[in-house]
Design a binder for this molecule. Structure first.
Ligand code: GTP
Ligand code: SPV
Ligand code: MN
Length: 586
């Protein structure tokens, strides 16, 4: 008898009508074969194999270079279950709309069956997905980003406990592009895009949108968070998880080379984008990284900002939409070294000064986590690692101080729910526009965000030692329009302050929004930063925050009566603290 997986693959093939079906085993030989095929048909361009062994360049269609949030839907029977921040379609309507786009979409092409495990192979918290796709680029990318192939099939056996994801490139026309999620039946349909989070279905579609739904039902958390370990001079490692919106610094923070290395503070990478967290038997929140690779933003990456990735992405790496030098090496804006003669831009054209960016601003590398020198030796701990702090943040040119600590769990949830950030090139649409992005999950929460806030509120009391909750902002700008804080490896100074708060040895000033470092509580040795700049970085202007809190109140109105009262209460309490502080100042 056919297994549930075999039946679903057969059904998918009846719909998409591929010329042949290949079951991926994840082996080296298979990867070599797919790579050779892609080099032949132009999907892959060979990079310099002497300096970048087994590295390849993929150029996606110019209209398909980032996630497309306006074409991404949560398809639940009831509209309120998707909530006011998601695009919604009824499941039957969604299938009726999209089925014709899959009908015969793989004619004359190969269908790859890509089984994968999200999470460490032996972890009880890991889950299985199977993506069926007509893109060899997707299949080879999934091999880097997840535990793909035989291990997943072995773990699945004849069980029906997997999340099926049907993917086809279609004709790449955005008017026929849909990324559909059916959380009630744990199913994903994606057509018309070959790019990143639209097409690697284990990433945003499963590990965040479908998983967040499962997590709410099952009492755990699926979050858009990096996981890092901060080692102190005694060798003790404290784990922290941080949620920043897309292209706001997660990969860089998780992989940083600490500016306080000489003093014994080091950062170890556990994950750079997604955290799955369960209540451990010890009452700690325990995090696993569902992924096995980094799909990171290339522009801005260099030997100063992220030396670990520069040392990791020089072999066995897929580059997408970067530029290429005359000697066949990858190049992007912000890499070490100026553009050289003969540079080819991300579209494959000769680049000239003034012809726009050579690499697409959302160009990416796909690199195995195992290649990073910063990888934690515990990164595959099956029980997950205990999280002592949550850090929220975003790009805020004004207003938000370098770092502050919330008063307690409920206040911290409010702080996360009010994240605001300027939009980036990670999604199509205008860049640099401020928007609310609660917990950095606005594009990734698979259910009603008001219920999601409720789930967060409910998780704290289940923990003996809930993580302390902080907010950071690396992106505050001065009057000259320049960043006030150097960022990158210097961010360890903020992580150290967070650690010192957890261990009750760092000073802080109470403000209406939370606790801000006293200037002397930050370790600034070896950093040249003026007193004035530091003051500006740490300042909290109550009048500006009054306007901010009102805007927050407006944002929450969209959830109507489903907004948890505790969140509304926090918004009001902040207003009261702010108005008291402005009265006191007069
Ligand atoms: P996604 O993969 O889209 O989720 O992005 P991410 O959150 O992992 O962001 P990433 O670390 O890739 O950084 C995105 C951009 O922000 C890059 O161009 C970085 O160079 C830049 N960036 C990261 N950290 C800092 C920082 O501390 N300061 C400044 N000024 N820029 C930063
Ligand atoms: C993000 O946009 O948050 C990413 C890139 O991590 S993608 O996988 O394309 O969603
Ligand atoms: Mn991300």
């Amino acid at each position: 008898m056919a297994t549930p997986l075999e039946s679903w693959v057969e059904e998918s093939a009846r719909l998409t009508k591929p010329a042949k079906i290949v079951w991926c085993d994840g082996s080296e030989a298979e990867n070599e074969r797919l790579t050779a095929e892609m080099l032949r048909d132009g999907t892959f361009i060979e990079l310099n194999q002497k300096t970048f062994p087994n590295c390849h360049l993929h150029r996606s269609h110019p209209n398909d270079v980032a996630r497309t949030e306006q074409l991404t839907f949560i398809c639940t029977r009831k509209k309120e279950d998707a909530g006011p921040t998601n695009n919604w379609m009824a499941p039957a309507d969604a299938k009726e709309k999209v089925r014709p786009l899959f009908d015969g979409s793989m004619k004359g092409r190969t269908m790859y069956v890509v089984p994968y495990i999200l999470g460490p192979e032996k972890s009880p918290y890991s889950k299985i997905g199977v993506e069926v796709t007509d893109s060899a680029y997707v299949a080879t990318s999934m091999r880097i980003m997840s535990r793909m192939g035989k291990a997943a099939l072995d773990r699945l056996g004849s069980s029906a406990d997997f999340v099926p994801g049907l993917h086809s490139l279609g004709d790449l026309d955005p008017s026929r592009r849909f990324i559909m999620h059916f959380p009630e039946e744990k199913l994903i349909w994606s057509v018309g895009s070959g790019y990143g989070g639209n097409a690697l279905l284990g990433k945003k579609c499963f590990a965040l949108r479908i998983a967040s739904w499962m997590a709410r039902d099952q009492g755990w958390m699926a979050e858009h968070m990096l996981i890092l370990g901060l080692e102190d001079p005694s060798g003790k490692v404290t784990y922290m998880a941080a949620a920043f919106p897309s292209a706001c610094g997660k990969t860089n923070l998780a992989m940083m080379v600490s500016a306080l290395g000489a003093q014994g503070y080091r950062v170890w990478t556990v994950g750079d984008d997604i955290a799955w967290m369960h209540v451990g038997s010890d009452g700690m929140l325990r995090a696993i990284n569902p992924e096995a690779g980094f799909f990171g933003v290339a522009p801005g990456t260099n030997a100063k900002t992220n030396p670990n990735v520069m040392n990791a992405a020089n072999r066995n790496t897929i580059y997408t939409n970067v530029a290429m030098t005359a000697s066949g090496e990858p190049w992007w804006e912000g890499i070490d070294g100026a553009p050289t003669d003969g540079l080819i831009n991300w579209k494959g054209e000769n680049w000239t000064t003034g012809s726009g960016p050579a690499a697409h601003p959302n160009a990416r590398y796909t690199v195995p986590a195992s290649q990073s020198p910063s990888l934690s030796k515990n990164w595959q701990d099956p029980e997950g690692l205990p999280i002592s702090a949550f850090i929220f943040g975003g790009r805020r040119a004004r207003l938000a101080p370098l770092v502050y600590e919330s008063h307690d769990w409920q206040h911290g949830v409010f702080v996360g729910a009010t994240i605001s950030s300027e939009t980036t090139a990670a999604a199509t649409g205008a860049v640099g526009v401020s928007r609310r992005d609660p917990m950095a999950m606005l594009p990734f929460c698979g259910y009603n965000m008001a219920d999601y806030f409720g789930h967060w509120l409910a998780m704290g009391p289940k923990l003996k030692n809930p993580p302390r909750i902080f907010h950071v902002n690396w992106f505050r700008k001065g009057a000259d329009g320049k960043f006030l804080w150097p960022g990158y490896g210097e961010n360890v100074r903020v992580l150290k302050w967070i650690l010192d708060r957890i261990e009750n040895r760092a000073g802080a000033t109470e403000t209406p929004i939370g606790c801000v470092p006293t200037p002397s509580s930050l370790t600034l040795d070896g950093l040249s930063i003026s007193r004035d700049t530091l003051q500006e970085l740490l300042s909290v202007d109550s009048n500006d925050w009054i306007a901010e809190d009102q805007a927050v109140g407006e944002f929450f109105k969209k959830f109507g009566s489903s907004l948890p009262p505790a969140i509304a209460h926090e918004q009001k309490a902040l207003a009261d603290r702010l108005s008291r502080s402005t009265v006191a100042a007069k």
